[in-house]
Design a protein around this ligand. Structure first.
Ligand code: ADP
Length: 488
């Protein structure tokens, strides 16, 4: 996988069971967000590499042993891959931290959980059953689910390995082959995963990785005539654009896109619990998650007390080296995102929001080099402000006051997004009513940011199409064939 040229290691792509140099011959730097220095060179893939990968995946699907393998045998390979990820979790976590600056403790936790997706879908591989239909014609009619063919998985930089696994595990369990493109800033764990794919014994071409930039390496994967499905996680703008490209060829697409998720705190809530949940919801992963609870809706009676507690709790968070196990807030993943978040903080100020915490780089020696921003809280926000409508993808919380439940619902739903929502209340009737009225793919009550391989995850409105995880997750990667046997 790795060769050394000069100082920095070079990371090649994995196509058709081989480590492949880019057709362009070019490599680009990948940067450690803590030191702001490059640590490796990544292959700059392009259309020729994308074509090679899709052809390899197509060949593996059509001619290779994968298509003829009994689903339980495919399941065994998928299970084996999960075991190898478990064995190498710490090494994978360290690479992830190097690439995207997430906390080591958090990444260890996340990567130790990833094998569950492989175990779950490995188990489902031989349980995909067809249906015999009660037919009104002189025929036996039945239908069976079949794989789609070559699937493409494109993911962002915030949780590269997790988001690739959410796509690869069900796609493979359904009998497809896959080409994955990680984000340009965070390619290293996907490539490390390919070493494990090799070790697990997958036939060549079943799983491939092309690295590079979106337009150059990603787009030709989506538009390739042999591609049958796009599984995308990323921004709504890019997702909508790729959806339009997929639509031209009537390709299937599952999209998991942006959010501006509300965390709604009622005055009867357990305040300390809600403070912890709201802090984890927006400052966990430095706000760089699609499900970040970036709008805080607080009932008027507890507003001042709640904000005070929230600010005190957030102020005590330890900012610093993501590899230090005591650190609670690490750097932003890359310079572009860092500039974007600071830009939004300026916009919020100009819009008249009141800054009660943060809003700048921390004044800490350890944070001098990296892309750090303090946990930032604005109050006095109204839902018309850009800071309440647009996805910041950073540690910036916008606080809005509400009086009645109906008003909270109206504000929460007044968004083009609908990914998730949190409700904090001791009143279960109120919680259930809220879960009915909120336009969101996930509603958490007295908890936030819970995700499981068993439970469907996806967005309402511009937050996406399709669902990942659970049984619904594998249906995205299957199509139904109806068969008629005449009995006339
Ligand atoms: P971000 O999540 O950083 O806001 P994007 O949603 O644009 O950014 O990126 C998510 C993923 O989509 C990345 O892997 C990126 O390289 C890829 N991507 C961006 N633009 C395109 C494109 N035109 N075609 C294919 N992939 C793209």
């Amino acid at each position: 996988m790795t060769s050394h040229a000069g100082e920095l290691p070079r990371l090649d792509m994995y196509i058709g069971g081989e480590w492949v140099k880019p057709a362009s011959g070019e490599y680009f730097e990948t940067v450690d967000p803590f030191t702001a220095r490059p640590w490796a060179m990544v292959a700059r893939g392009g259309a020729a590499d994308a074509d090679r990968a899709i052809q390899a995946a197509h060949k593996a699907f059509k001619e290779g042993p994968w298509g003829k393998m009994h689903p339980s045998e495919r399941g065994k390979l998928i299970y084996r891959l999960g075991q190898l990820i478990e064995e190498h979790a710490d090494a994978l976590a360290e690479i992830e931290v190097r690439d995207n600056g997430r906390l080591l403790a958090e990444m260890q936790h996340q990567i130790r959980y990833i094998p569950k997706w492989f175990y779950y879908y490995a188990g489902l591989a031989d349980k995909i059953e067809g249906v015999v239909h009660p037919c009104d014609k002189p025929a036996l009619s039945f239908s069976r689910p079949e794989p789609l063919g070559v699937c493409v998985g494109i993911v962002p930089w915030n949780a590269p390995l997790l988001l690739l696994s959410l796509k690869a595990a069900p796609a493979l369990a359904a009998g497809n082959t896959i080409v994955m493109k990680p984000a340009e800033y965070t390619s290293a764990t996907a490539l490390k995963l390919m070493e494990l794919v090799e070790a697990a014994g997958f036939p060549p071409g079943v799983i491939n990785v092309v690295t590079g930039f979106g337009k150059e390496a990603g787009e030709p994967l989506v538009t390739h005539p042999l591609t049958r499905h796009l599984g995308f996680t990323g921004s709504t703008a890019t997702g909508a654009y790729l959806y339009s490209l997929a639509a031209k060829d009537v390709k299937r697409a599952s999209l998991e896109l942006g959010g501006k998720s509300p965390n709604i705190v009622f005055s009867d809530a357990d305040i300390d619990n809600a403070v912890r949940g709201v802090v984890g919801g927006i400052f966990g992963a430095v706000g760089q998650t699609c499900i970040a609870g970036s709008r805080l809706l607080v009932q008027r009676g507890i507003h001042d007390q709640f904000v005070e507690k929230l600010a005190a709790f957030s102020k005590s968070a330890r900012i610093g080296n993501p590899r230090d196990i005591t650190t609670q807030i690490g750097p932003i993943a890359n310079r572009m995102q860092y500039d974007k978040v600071l830009g939004y903080i300026d916009i919020a100020r100009q819009e008249g929001a009141e800054l009660v915490l943060g809003g700048k780089r921390p004044d800490i020696a350890e944070c001098a080099e990296g892309f750090f921003i303090e946990p930032t809280i604005f109050t006095g926000v109204n839902n018309e402000m850009r800071i309440a409508r647009e996805e910041v993808f950073g540690p910036v919380l916008s606080t809005i006051i509400f009086d009645e439940m109906e008003e909270a619902v109206e504000i929460a739903n007044d968004s083009e997004f609908g990914l998730a929502a949190g409700v904090w209340t001791a009143n279960m009737r109120q919680a259930l009513r809220m879960s009915e009225m909120l336009e969101a793919g996930s509603v958490w009550v007295n908890t936030y940011r819970d995700i499981s391989y068993t439970t469907p995850f996806g967005g309402y409105k511009k937050s996406g199409i399709g669902r990942e995880n659970g049984v619904e997750g594998i249906r995205e990667y299957l199509q139904t064939k109806a068969v008629w046997l005449s009995t006339a």
